[in-house]
Design a protein around this ligand. Structure first.
Ligand SMILES: *Cc1c(COP(=O)(O)O)cnc(C)c1O
Length: 369
């Protein structure tokens, strides 16, 4: 008999009775989208939960990236990382800018700040780092460089929901940060996302830009996009916010067990918690050194798959390896050796709030020899 499928992720789902009661409210109000009651409530509750001054909801985690580039009037070249989900670089391309890839720090998977300056040219106007796996970037060092050269910083914080450093939200770094509330993320609103900004004027402008640029009945301030969130998703988001802390704690327990079991396995490494950081355990990447482990990454990946245990090779291939970007000078393998090494050795293990002890042990039994 085929074994039960263990998926790499599983969406946090609100209680159906509570959700249906909120749907009743929406039905009676007949206000289903355009900054409704639940939309306003969720923005407020998220700002409080995350510890940030302003949140603007979006329909996914991609459009706030694009809107941030537009709002900050970013042009020319944008420095970014190849070790991310492809949306990060796509937004740079969509905004008419040229992505410039910089290698990563092998300890965190994040863009290596010490390699940024060498990639800056007179055309550079912004840096778009990613807090990969929710591990905070060196935001202080990145800001120093940005200030020195007059660059904007937009963080793709799609993995960093709720992450704090010394009690301060990581989302307060840079000019803006963006979140994804996709079903595969720690916190979801079915599809969804958000932008985090520091002041009211920016919040207002972003709210216009996600509504076609409308600043009133007859005034359009810029060629905005449509990324308005409806009341159904906002209600779903309000309910999920109430259980996200429990979900993160459940993930933490999974991470503790994985680490305990994998600590002494020759040829497998993983990332430890960082001091002073409140992590969200959004992913659990392991890295295979085939020479020491005796099995290649892909052999292990496919062996797990054949046993119905699904890992994901995030982020393989690197964004710089996709056809659109491969021809860029910064996409050369020599320029990105740490990123290649990580992409070629990584498997993200099943990691979500609903993993049972049995799921965890079955997963580990395929890895620990
Ligand atoms: C998920 C993700 C996105 C895109 O978010 P969507 O909500 O799917 O549009 C962007 N960047 C990173 C790093 C992601 O993981």
């Amino acid at each position: 008999m085929a074994k039960d499928l263990i998926t790499v992720t599983s969406p946090l789902l609100p209680d159906l009775d509570e959700f249906s009661s909120m749907l009743q409210d929406i039905w009676s109000s007949k206000w289903i989208t355009n900054n409704g009651q639940f939309h306003r409530q969720l923005e407020k509750e998220l700002a409080e939960y995350l510890g940030v001054p302003y949140v603007s909801l979006f329909t996914n985690g991609t459009l706030p990236l694009l809107t941030a580039l537009q709002a900050l009037r970013v042009t020319g070249e944008v420095i970014t990382t190849p070790y991310s989900f492809v949306a990060t670089t796509h937004c740079i391309w969509w905004s008419g800018c040229k992505p410039v890839f910089v290698d990563i720090d092998p300890a965190t998977g994040n863009i290596d700040p010490e390699k940024i300056e060498a990639a800056i040219t007179p055309k550079t106007t912004a840096i778009m780092p990613v807090h990969v796996y929710g591990k905070p970037c060196d935001t202080k060092r990145i800001q120093e460089i940005a200030d020195k050269y007059g660059l904007k910083v937009i963080y793709d914080a799609a993995h960093a929901f709720g992450v704090k450093v010394n009690g301060e939200s990581i989302l307060n770094a840079g000019d803006m940060s963006t979140l994804s509330f996709h079903a595969t993320k720690v916190y979801n609103t079915l599809e969804g996302g958000a932008m985090i900004m520091h002041d009211e004027a920016t919040k207002k402008r972003i709210d216009y830009l996600k509504n076609f640029g409308f600043a009133g009945e007859t005034e359009v301030i810029a060629p905005g996009i449509n990324s308005k969130v409806d009341e159904v998703r906002a209600a779903y988001g309000i309910l999920n916010l109430r259980q996200v802390d429990d979900a993160i704690e459940a993930r933490h327990q999974v991470a503790i067990r994985y680490r305990e079991a994998l600590r002494d396995v020759d040829g497998i490494t993983f990332m430890e918690d960082m001091p002073g950081v409140k992590h969200n355990y959004s992913y659990f990447p392991i890295f295979i050194d085939a020479d020491k482990y005796g099995t290649t990454r892909d052999e292990l990946y496919f062996r797990m798959k054949s046993e119905n245990v699904l890992g994901r090779r995030y982020f393989y291939p690197l964004i710089s390896e996709f056809t659109t970007y491969k021809g860029l000078p910064s996409a050369s393998k020599d320029n990105l050796s740490n990123a290649h090494k990580m992409a070629d050795s990584v498997i993200c293990l099943p990691m979500h709030h609903a993993l049972s002890e049995e799921d965890i042990e079955r997963t580990l039994s395929l890895i620990v020899k």
